[in-house]
Design a protein around this ligand. Structure first.
Ligand SMILES: *Cc1c(COP(=O)(O)O)cnc(C)c1O
Length: 393
């Protein structure tokens, strides 16, 4: 839909301009197309569109102009040939699996994944005969050791949730390819502003647009991006099965993305200051933040990411009781599991996002009872620190 060469533009510009279209009315801001279907001029045109012989909009489960604008903007930022939007981040991971896996295939996934992603792999993909193994995101050799002749997909998040472990995308992509597998990276925490996995050798990127892409905690959305030949099967699944993105949500996210570069820089600044402060507090055992020199993969994060991101986790001394007391005492931070919002949020992962994961799996993933995750928002850093100081007192 775009008639402009976007290759030489900076991310700040792409976030605002890529995917923009105008109707004959000349509207300056992106229009929203709330329509479930589209009319055709003739029976022949309908036939040509339905059989993919000519492009065009048919039905919003397939495509919709507002959704396409979001897809083009995200693809431009990720450096992808194509992006396909989904109803949520989980719908993106489901669609990726449905498109690229079959019974008898094997997947290697990092053991620090988002809780629902682990559930999806262990409960549903497994039910359809897909075998899953887990490997440490920080140990590329473990991925080679886990690979089998039927391994079709490597799947990782970096930095991981909630421990912010950083995986070496290029090293793990090389191992995936040597084993005939694809590498998919969940780029939710960094967004393309801080990290472009496709440029580091990943084959597919998945997003929860619910997080930083919207950035204001309003709607759910997701996407899968990569080369045409890998994204087209994902589109065919969505068009058939229906977890497609609503044009209303696409429009909200499209507007959110215009400030994504600015917001990501501000999230990184606030998060680094908070992490540095937390490291000085006697009640804190350990801080997890890729922008701190004490982080085990600090050097890798410096080279792979343009900033530490907005997620800071830490362990308070005193286990679950101390962690719950902190969660209960803060007044400014929101007690909610959402992240990537302008409002800072506080979560106790062991009893919430990872509450349905077995204690053994939780221990293997290093989610301890004293662990707290903060999604650092854009409030003034002094106010955030004062709130946590009150909570820790
Ligand atoms: C939230 C999240 C998801 C799932 O996204 P939804 O939009 O909530 O379905 C997947 N991966 C990561 C890393 C997330 O934080």
């Amino acid at each position: 839909m775009q008639d402009f060469d976007f290759d030489d533009l900076h991310p700040d510009t792409l976030a605002i301009r890529a995917g923009t279209t105008r109707t004959e009315f000349g509207e300056h801001s992106d229009a929203m197309y709330l329509t479930s279907s589209f009319c055709v001029g003739s029976a022949e045109e309908a036939s040509l569109k339905f059989t993919n012989q000519i492009p065009g909009f048919i039905y919003s489960r397939f495509t919709n102009p507002t959704v396409t604008a979001f897809e083009e903007r995200l693809a431009a930022l990720e450096g992808a040939e194509k992006a396909i939007a989904t109803a949520s981040g989980m719908a993106a991971i489901l669609a990726l699996g449905m498109a690229h896996l079959k019974a008898g295939d094997h997947v290697v996934a990092s053991n620090g994944l988002f809780g629902a992603t682990i559930q999806l792999f262990n409960t549903y993909f497994a039910k359809f005969g897909v075998e899953i193994s887990y490997a440490s995101p920080t140990d590329p050799a473990a991925w080679q050791a886990a690979a089998k002749p039927n391994t079709r997909l490597f799947f990782l998040e970096t930095p991981s949730n909630p421990l912010t472990e950083v995986a070496d995308i290029r090293a793990i992509a090389d191992i995936a390819h040597a084993n005939g597998a694809l590498l998919a990276v969940d780029n939710c925490f960094c967004t393309p502003i801080l990290q472009q996995p496709l440029k580091l050798g990943a084959d597919l990127v998945v997003h929860s647009a619910t997080k930083y892409l919207d950035g204001q905690g309003r709607v759910l959305g997701g996407a899968v991006a990569g080369k045409n030949e890998l994204v087209d099967p994902v589109y065919l699944f969505l068009r058939t099965a229906g977890p497609s993105l609503s044009p209303f949500n696409a429009w909200v996210i499209l507007k959110g993305m215009e400030t994504l570069p600015l917001r990501m820089r501000a999230h990184c600044d606030n998060a680094l200051k908070l992490a540095q402060w937390l490291e000085q507090q006697p009640q804190i055992e350990r801080v997890y933040y890729p922008g701190l020199p004490s982080h085990p993969q600090y050097a890798l994060a410096q080279q792979q990411q343009k900033g530490g991101g907005g997620i800071v986790s830490f362990e308070v001394k005193g286990g679950r009781d101390a962690a719950w007391a902190l969660v209960d005492r803060v007044q400014l931070l929101s007690r909610t599991a959402n992240l990537g919002d302008v409002r800072s949020t506080i979560t106790h992962p062991a009893s919430t996002t990872h509450g349905r994961v077995t204690p053994e799996a939780r221990a293997a993933a290093g989610i301890r009872e004293g662990l707290i995750r903060i999604s650092v928002g854009l409030e003034n850093i002094d106010d955030l620190i004062a709130d946590l100081q009150r909570g820790l007192a």
